[in-house]
Design a protein around this ligand. Sequence first.
Ligand code: C5P
Length: 299
Amino acid sequence: MPGPGWEVEAEAPAKLNLSLAVLGKRADGYHDLRTIFQAIDLRDRLRFRSRPEPGIALRVEGPEPVSAGPENLVVRAGEKLALRLGETRGAEILLEKHIPWGAGLGGGSSDAAAAILGLEALWGRSLPGEERRALALEVGSDVPFFLLGGTARGEGRGEILEPLPPPPTAAWVLILPDFRISTAEAFRALPPRLTSSEQQTKLQEAAVISGNFKVFVENVVNDLEVGVVRIQPRLARIKRDALRRGAAVVGLSGSGSAMFAVFKSQGTAEQLLEEDSFVQGVRVLSCHPVDIGARVVSA
Ligand code: C5P
């Protein structure tokens, strides 16, 4: 049941970039990427009900408040979808926000994907898959991934997707600093010399397919990290401290500020998880890869 007074409920998982290579700048100002996306079990929840007049009325609740204005990707996605469908009804949407914004976890993009699917269920009308994916990309580079979910290779801006099997078994800890990073700023801080990271994402993909933990962790890489650490030097110390507590590797997700630590087993992750003040102003929480994306959970 979507909850009293609501007609549809959807959920929106966060993502990590297990590796991210920036291949170069494009004529349209975006960058071509090669990345491995992973959906995780930190999620937002969205509830929907229709209203006779057009427009999307958004309300936001929960521990990670964000603006409910027209710049929210839920509103942008909803209004574009209504236009594309020629839908004259509108909707009220309640967004229960748990995924921090400005963290590279794709929360806003996942909410947008959940809004597209939730509104289609609410209005009883859908776009053909290809048009839905195109609309998702208009809203943001990461939105198409959330229509798919699970583990996937992303190319182009991240919209050319190929599903992959889940990564090798491990214990995952999400590291959430108390500062936020703008994606556009992170791309502007990209160092001019590009690295061998494209090859590393290929090696990591092979390790995901073969289930090789060692090769998988050796190829956790993110080309945005050098520039982002220049913007927020505290990230270097947070990473060093997590490695000291036994992490096999610590990666930056997207443009940060969230990092993820991968441990060989749950036992080795406990030291980091049980420490109350790992680094001041930094929260840690256990997370797990999931094989789903944004989805309607009841209608
Ligand atoms: O697509 P999205 O709105 O999430 O991107 C935010 C900003 O990040 C873009 O305006 C651009 O500056 C940068 N970006 C990029 N190349 C990508 C994705 C994002 O340069 N593939």
